[in-house]
Design a protein around this ligand. Structure first.
Ligand code: BJW
Length: 232
């Protein structure tokens, strides 16, 4: 693509599906075994912290057993070789972009391998279960929760994301259903600010009609093809 210098890539659960991590809204997705209100809201956590800690402990353990797939690898290659600005904004709480070698990554919905202390608000790298209420390494309180963004909470790094969207020449959305805001609104924001827009998804997403171009297929095929186009 000509005249593209600054790129924002938004990724969702679909990019990690072929690594073996369940998506949220597809058949067999995580929400089928648990109600959203029970496991992904501050109210659900207050009501039954053990259920929520168990849910995230299982996912934290599972994420350490999987590997990046060709879609993560292709984005990492783009990250290494693209000379203009690039920001990979992921809604995913796994670390597969980083493990594939990408460094320009921002986790707007938090990270499974991190714990947040509700008492002192410190964030700590964390790979162990939280169910046994371990003490916060910073303040000693037994107040650690998964460092993820639940419904009704403010996603991380919104200022940096909007600043990158303002500068973007191209916005690319990969493997996300476009059902959750504010991420679902980025395509409109990017267009209003003059960027070209491209969707790569297994099927047309809820917000598909906002994109100038939409390609359907598996991320492990579409993403390497698109990256090859970008790197010429
Ligand atoms: C493949 C594939 C393959 C499969 N290859 N593709 C009414 C209207 C508008 C908004 C609201 C409203 N009421 C409430 C809100 C706000 C609310 C919201 O959006 N609710 C909706 C339900 C409507 N949002 C919030 O509360 C957010 N905070 C907020 O808005 O704060 C105020 C604010 C205002 C303005 C600016 C800034 C802030 C917080 C949202 C937090 C979401 N948290 C979760 C859980 C994180 C922790 C965890 O992982 O457990 O984030 S929910 C869940 O959904 C998770 C995901 O990141 C997120 C998005 O899911 P994603 O990635 O799109 O997955 P799926 O499964 O939905 O889609 C997968 C796609 O991949 C599908 O399309 C497949 O086809 C495709 N696919 N295999 C390519 N191989």
């Amino acid at each position: 693509m000509e005249s593209i210098r600054n790129i924002v890539v938004l990724t969702g659960a679909g990019i990690s599906a072929e690594s073996g991590i369940d998506t949220f809204r597809d058949a067999g997705g995580l929400w089928e075994q648990h109600r959203v209100e029970d496991v992904a809201t501050p109210e659900g956590f207050a009501r039954d912290p053990q259920l929520v800690q168990r849910f995230y402990d299982a996912r934290r353990e599972a994420v350490q057993q999987v590997e990046p797939n060709p879609a993560h690898d292709a984005l990492a290659l783009l990250d290494r070789q693209w000379e203009g600005e690039l920001l990979i904004v992921t809604q995913n709480v796994d670390d597969l972009h980083e493990r594939a070698g990408a460094s320009r990554v921002l986790h707007m919905h938090g990270e499974l391998l991190s714990a947040l202390c509700s008492a002192c608000e410190a964030r700590h790298k964390w790979s162990e279960p939280l169910l046994g209420q371990p003490a916060c390494p910073g303040c000693g309180e037994q107040a650690l929760r998964p460092d993820v963004v639940w419904f009704g909470e403010m996603p991380y790094e919104m200022d940096r994301i909007y600043a990158a969207l303002r500068r973007a020449d191209l916005f690319v959305s990969i493997g996300t259903s476009g059902a959750v805001y504010p991420a679902a609104g980025f395509v409109r924001d990017a267009r209003e600010m003059g960027a070209r827009t491209l969707e790569l998804n297994l099927e047309r997403s809820e917000g598909s009609y906002w994109f100038e171009e939409s390609r359907q297929g598996r991320a492990s095929k579409l993403v390497p093809e698109w990256v090859a186009e970008m790197l010429g």
